[in-house]
Design a protein around this ligand. Structure first.
Ligand code: SF4
Length: 376
């Protein structure tokens, strides 16, 4: 049965919930990887490069009243550790990004009850005026929902005003695992799964493109993860707009949730998740590997399990490193990782347009794997 399901996915068939669960539980790692690699080639043939984006993460405020149990980054309102970055500081950070050839600013922060829409409009419009070509990949769905509540605005009006101020696209953070059960346990004060999807659907309907993420490996089951992917797939069918899917594992570190989770996920589980995502998400073009949370070596290995993108340079990553995980790599190292996996490397923009290619020097090592015991 597992072999039949893998052949179905390879042939372009859509896997349902039960089939996804069965594949995760029963398929061998190598068979999953083989099938995901074949499907990846359908989206991105081997002569196409593995991509990356030069970006910078700026967390404009750490003040937050959502108190997510997996987060070691936030400061409660009123805390002396709380900050809101002055514009001049943000501008200096972005200037450094531009000088390094960067194209994307990933702008995210906590749910600061002091910040209404006027703060965000001013921040975005000043950035737009100072850096006209910069992509403002900004404000995850929970932050956008937070603005609707602090400013008593509808979702549509909030999005329209943010776009008018300079918002270009929306990062898919804050999804965690999109089921009511998981959200209730790990982030009960943050928006529910249904609202995350509602914000993204409204954005897609307005022509705003977004990414989608999944932070798995805390209290979630494989069924929760497959449900998450199917919800993304259904939304993409209704209102296309997801450019990519980025799974990563929960980083326990210094977080309250980390002290409770006993069985941490493994490297092989990460590769299974990447491969399964490539097989399940038949309408999302790009699967991104996460060197930030998984490390460069595992991120690179994911290219053989369905991933086609290495993510961003992430200058100044704050949130994952606050939880105790820090995996800094340079742009040169990112390119070397891609080349040594047998691919050309290419800088892309947020919409996955290729900006420049770094060809590899040596010939590609061709795959010798096949589905064990099966003619493909
Ligand atoms: S993950 Fe985001 S929303 Fe949750 S506590 Fe941390 S900063 Fe706040």
């Amino acid at each position: 049965m597992v072999k039949q399901l893998l052949h179905k996915a390879i042939a372009g068939g859509r896997l349902d919930f039960a089939e996804g669960v069965e594949l995760f539980n029963e398929a061998s790692l190598m068979d999953l990887g083989y099938a995901a690699n074949v499907v990846r080639r359908r989206f991105h043939p081997d002569d196409q490069p593995i991509t990356y984006v030069i970006d910078r993460n700026v967390n404009y405020t750490n003040v937050c009243d959502a108190y997510c149990t997996f987060c070691a980054f936030y400061a409660p309102p009123g805390s002396e550790k709380g900050y809101v970055l002055p514009y001049q500081t943000i501008k200096e950070k972005v200037t450094e990004l531009i000088e390094l050839g960067g194209t994307q600013l990933l702008l995210q922060g906590g749910h600061n009850p002091e910040l209404g829409i006027e703060y965000y409009e001013e921040l975005l419009s000043r950035l737009r005026a100072d850096f006209p070509t910069l992509t403002l990949h900004a404000l995850s769905p929970s932050e956008i929902d937070h603005i609707t509540r602090t400013s008593s605005l509808s979702l549509e009006d909030t999005l329209k005003r943010l776009v008018a101020a300079g918002l270009t696209s929306i990062p898919g953070g804050g999804a965690e695992v999109l089921t009511a059960r998981v959200k209730k346990i790990i982030s009960p004060l943050k928006i529910p799964a249904s609202r995350w999807l509602e914000v993204m659907e409204a954005a897609h309907t307005m022509g705003i493109r977004t990414s989608a993420t999944m932070m798995y490996g805390s209290v979630d089951t494989i069924e929760d993860r497959i449900e998450h992917m199917i919800k993304l797939r259904e939304l993409q069918d209704r209102a296309e707009g997801f450019t990519s899917f980025i799974p990563w594992s929960f980083q326990p570190g210094e977080t309250p949730l980390g002290k409770k989770v006993k069985n941490l996920t493994t490297a092989t589980e990460y590769l299974r998740m990447v491969a399964l995502a490539r097989l399940m998400l038949d309408n999302i073009c790009n699967i991104q590997s996460s060197w930030v949370t998984q490390g460069a070596g595992l991120g690179q290995t994911a290219f053989a399990f369905g991933a086609n993108d290495f993510g961003g340079t992430m200058m100044e990553e704050n949130v994952v490193s606050a939880a105790g995980t820090r995996c800094d790599i340079t742009l040169d190292e990112m390119i070397r990782c891609i080349h040594s996996a047998g691919f050309d490397a290419a800088q892309r923009d947020t919409q996955y347009n290729i900006l420049r290619i770094h060809p590899r020097q040596s010939a590609r090592v061709h795959d010798t794997l096949s589905l064990a015991g099966a003619a493909v």
